[in-house]
Design a binder for this molecule. Sequence first.
Ligand code: SF4
Length: 382
Amino acid sequence: MHTRSTREIRIGNIRIGGSNPIAVQSMAATRTQDVAATIRQVELLELAGADVIRIAVDNPKDVVALAEIRAARPNANLVIDLQENYRLAEKVAPFVQKLRYNPGHLYHIERDKPVKEKVRYLVEIARSYNCAMRIGVNAGSVDPEKLSQYSKEDSISPMLDSALEHCAMLDDLGFDQYCVSLKDSDPNKVIDANLRFAEARPDVPLHLGVTEAGMPPDGVIKTRIAFEQLITRGIGDTIRVSLTLPFENKGDEVTVGRQILDDIEHGRFRSVPRFEQKGMNIISCPSCSRVENEAFIDLAHKVKEMTEYAKDHAITIAVMGCRVNGPGETDDADLGMWCAPSFVNLKRGPESIGSFTYDEILGRLRQELDKLIEEKASVTSA
Ligand code: SF4
């Protein structure tokens, strides 16, 4: 195994980067405003041994909830996931040890304000409250300006470009307590993006993760393959395993993460060097405070069961938990669903098919799946 050579950053009472052990983190899947449920998530993740726990905050009510969660779990190293409303940083920073922002979300509010100014503001807040930062780039929500500079086939370059640009902004501001993540639901892209980033910026600590990896065991396999390829090359300072799990089992993300790290350390590898998706590929998000109907988790499991008959067909189906990231994150799937409070939106690639109730959706998905299989078969036999 190559040794890691990134600089060290502090997140509460742990350090990542340099020769520190790889930290394992996870995220509360409940609505942040459901204070009791979110406190329970933090407790479960702490019990499972999470080094850092992330909570999403998107409005002032979430901030109030966060204060209560912090009071109930005073020893957790908390990181806040800033969504579109980056100005909430000043309200949440007093309660947390790290701020994560997504460069692709800085465009949603105050559109006329230069991104550099928004980043300067975030850095000032992080400095004042001694918080670390993460520049979290996600394939489903890349800065549109970067996307427009590359061909549709090249999804990695815009992510990389965005991450490097934001690193340069933080460097110019003299702030070095940050790490970077480049996530995709395809483990091969996670490998490529992180290899390229580590080559360009070997000094910056990396947070590794395969986003929307789905349900165990497939989600674990995808994640394991990406981590093996990167960590053995000395790339990766903290990890998160994203799995679609019942809320009460959320600690499994941490247990699985530790197991993968232990296997890598002891040379227990899978023989597959790259992820070879031969049949049905179901991607589903790990859920977070944005989930508007918990039935989403059940739906993801039912989709897996229902599509079992088609498991040999190379088709990607995406199941996402909310209307905020769901529409963008399902664009690349053959069939995609994103869940609203009382209905589920079904898409074929980027095109919308319609909205269906939770009772109707499986039947309709099956129709669309059969149609797709038939079309693919006729193309092959033509
Ligand atoms: S798709 Fe929505 S609910 Fe799922 S993890 Fe992403 S933001 Fe959270």
